[in-house]
Write a protein that binds this ligand. Sequence first.
Ligand SMILES: [Zn+2]
Length: 275
Amino acid sequence: MIRNFSIIFGLSLLIFITTPEVLWTQSGNGKEKNSQTSPVSESLKNEQLRQKLEQAHRIIYMMGLAEDSTRGHITAKSDDGLYYIKPWGTAFEKVTAKEMQGLDIEGNLVDGRGRVHSEKYLHLEIYRARKDVGAIVHVHPFYSIILSTLFDGKLSTIAQQSVPFTGKIPIFVSPELIQTKELGQAVAKTLGDAPLLLMKNHGITVVGKTLEEAVVLAIHFEQAAKYHLYAHKFGKPSEMSHEDAQKLYKNNYRPDQIKMQWDFWLDRYNELKVK
Ligand SMILES: [Zn+2]
């Protein structure tokens, strides 16, 4: 009797451990597209924004833009005027929605707890200067950093991912971390009204009206930088015309197209995570 009970108990435990559904639950992810982030307590403010910010970190990590994953940060502005950021020292692939910190425009922590990233000024001074910006991605991607050391500000329009960046790309020449309000203001001034700032020997800062837009532009710039570097290694690339680039930009970067790209990456992340 006791032996039979042990066998049944052992089999139940084995099924419990190896069932993918259980793995999903343990990893803090639901299967529905809108609940793929860790649960957030009802009492927390800006729940949806927190969850979307968690998704943004996962997508950027999956696409290889955050290999030094505790460094770099993504922020998003809430409807009630706070700026959400992951806590200092937390990895892109691990940070959860409920851990996100809400800052005021001066950088005071007003929602959440823990140590705040010292480069918060990079984000806050851009938000102060650019009322059209709702989200910012700051990361240190491989090809973008190489490009920042070789670049004259004109990206060759080689692929579809290049078309949002046909204008002169601003370059911030100091490799310093942006840990003061003054440096944050200098970053915002150099960015101007561009979608992206290339930071020499450091990385990229990309802005968008929405989190989806900032994430898509950041990933596409890294891919466009790779095309540019490879092509110039072999010779002088044949670029698409400015007119063709503009036409593609208008079509491929509409909000519905950006949403489609975001959803595709999110599905892919969750598929990979299940396996
Ligand atoms: Zn940085």
